[in-house]
Design a protein around this ligand. Structure first.
Ligand code: ADP
Length: 248
């Protein structure tokens, strides 16, 4: 019989972080922000990262999302160290395997919903013949078909975040990183956003969510708490929240 530990050894985690460090150097001052962080994330997980402001959550998310590099330790994505990804390979991961959702939406304000969501398809080299249909499917997935031709700056905050989610998922990435996605939203719009994120996870997307709200974090199946750049706890969520259950 194969032991559990042998199975674990053979089945590689999607994300492996070992003793990760990130120190900012500015004007001769070095600020250690991540100080030896280690964990694995399996494909299909829904993980929340919590911690007080300034604890290093965004810095960690940016490293995991190939937007920044560690200054120490190891980050393996799909078994390969990020140190071995050159700029071209990193861009390939960012364009095809990862989607990002930010608290501030980061949309092109004068572009339509359709054009904002189509953009990643253009950058990723997707066949032009597939752009329109794929974009419309992503718009439908977030319930914004009636807003397809609206410019982004005429949408509510909740609608903007749904556009940002559609833009993140249009390339069908394995992993979606969300940095305080409900931070600028009222509770009803926030619930709508969390429902979409839950759906994406149930369809098999790995979700990594940064939040400082316990209620939002508990939609995940696991919560990592960070304090002063180190892991304070890493636990499964016992009573996972679901937007759908609230409505019943
Ligand atoms: P969190 O997301 O938990 O609020 P951050 O990762 O944004 O925390 O920031 C952690 C710490 O790193 C903060 O003290 C912040 O001021 C500092 N920091 C973030 N980015 C930079 C930077 N580019 N240069 C210097 N310090 C930075």
């Amino acid at each position: 019989m194969v032991s559990v530990s042998a199975i674990k050894w053979w089945s590689m985690s999607l994300i492996q972080v070992n003793d990760l460090e990130r120190t900012y150097q500015e004007g001769g001052v070095s600020t250690p922000v991540l100080r030896g962080v280690s964990f694995d994330i399996e494909s299909g997980e829904f993980l929340s990262i919590m911690g007080p402001s300034g604890s290093g959550k965004s810095t960690l998310l940016h490293i995991l999302g190939f937007l920044d590099k560690p200054t120490g330790g190891q980050y393996l994505f799909d078994g390969r160290s990020v140190a071995d990804y050159d700029e071209k390979a990193s861009a390939q991961v960012r364009n095809h395997r990862i989607g990002f959702v930010f608290q501030t939406f980061n949309l092109l304000s004068r572009y339509s919903v359709f054009d904002n969501i189509r953009l990643p398809l253009v950058y990723s080299g997707t066949e032009e013949s597939a752009w329109a249909e794929t974009t419309r499917a992503a718009i439908e997935a977030v319930g914004l078909t009636h807003r397809t031709d609206y410019p982004a700056n005429q949408l509510s905050g909740g609608e903007k975040q749904r556009v940002a989610i559609a833009r993140a998922l249009v390339n069908q990435p394995e992993v979606i990183f969300a940095d305080e996605p409900t931070g600028n939203l009222d509770s009803k719009s926030g619930a709508a956003v969390m429902e979409i994120i839950e759906q994406l996870n149930s369809q098999g997307h790995t979700i990594i969510l940064v939040t400082h709200e316990t209620e939002t974090a508990e939609h995940a199946n696991r919560v990592i708490r960070i304090k002063d750049g180190q892991i304070e706890s890493d636990r499964p969520v016992a009573n996972r929240r679901s937007v759908k259950n609230f409505r019943k």
